[in-house]
Design a protein. Sequence first.
Length: 492
Amino acid sequence: MTTAYSFSSRLYIDGRWTEGSSDVRVAVRNPATEETIADVPQASLADVRRAITAARRAFDEGPWPRMKPAERAAVLLRMAADMERRLPELVAVNMAEAGSVRWVAESIQTSVPVAHLRDMAERVIPAFAWERPVDPTITPGAGISQGQLRREAFGVCALIPAYNFPFFLSMMKLIPALASGCTAVLKPAPATPLESLLIGDFADAAGLPPGVLNVVTGDAEAGHELTTNPMVDLVSFTGSDAVGRMVYTQAAGSMKKVVLELGGKSASIVRADADLDGAVRSALAGITVHAGQGCSLLTRTIVHESLHDELVERIRADLARVTVGDPARESTTMGPLISAAQRDKVEKLIRTGEEEGAQLVSRGGRPAGLDKGYFLEPALFTGVDNSMTIAQTEFFGPVGVVIPFRTDDEAVRIANDSPYGLSGAVWSADTASAYEIATRIRTGSVSINGGGGGVNPRMAFGGYKQSGLGREWGEFGLDEYLQTKSISLAAR
């Protein structure tokens, strides 16, 4: 049955809520029950263009880009306070549309991005070097020059998050966009639009000027319009590397700036002197957190051969205790995949792993007694060669692989033998050696012995290779949404 929410489930364009110009409605389904929890209007091409036009006008003519940074920060603080007050509602919506278990919904999905928003307004914006004088310089043939460097908003931004962490990913794009003075069109993933629409509610309540934020639903046609429309200056996309390449190509026609946060097949290196308790917990999390639907999750465990058998047995035993089911139940430790199609894709990759000769040592089938919902038991493969499909392809599901190594050089080689480079980890009692290994892994972030940089707003997040372009979070994310202007003055 459809659930009534306290916020609008319409489109948010130019400061107004609207049903849009299309008669098409899109059902939002709870992936744990397959029930329709809401329906939203499907934005037409005309609606998307109207949103882009509103964002363009708000940037070219409106007050937002011309406000002082402190004035924008005050608006963001009002948004943060409202979000903090309504966190229980955010959590409930996330559990219903994304299928998160409660602890994931309460932490990574909602509280972390709200904390990032407050950090941006209270710490980053006041400390950021928005203007910087350039000392007088003698230039051969031109005399003495001096000037000012200014950081200015990039322009109109198309923000396109993925379905797995809908509020988190939307906010990681929107926070720096708004802080910089940009205007935006936010297009959530079709499967999880509700939390992005709720952001429109927060922006409206905080007094964001009309057109600064527009939220439209839509499919690939809407995405294509956002990536090709010449009124859009920057595209920030999170999703698969295959779609990321399409976005990159489409945006090239009008020379848009592109920020891409794409896939991952991240490796956790477990040395012979590692704390096995921590390494096992990390491997378990890489498989089960949000049913493996996370681009930066550690899904390849590269373990020293002396610890291989013990580590595999301990992970297998822990996976056997994972309770798969409805996230609304307190006893559930892992929820569903987002859709039947995604589950089918993961099941096909599991079959491919077995056909290529890897050994499935833990579950991997559909759980008994759950006739509704897109559930899949967590799976673990051993006997894996890093050249296998299951070691090279992102599952985006609850599947991990274990690969043995003999030397540190071999471990680094295996970790780097991937088209991706988003995240990674090293486990060792020798922190200096672990740090040296971390510097050799070609990936955007590395955790040593469980270091929690993954959700730290003062760390940068982004990938190497096919994991994307650019960085998000904190001042690093803010920098992506800014142009640098040089103003030269004649010396007097």
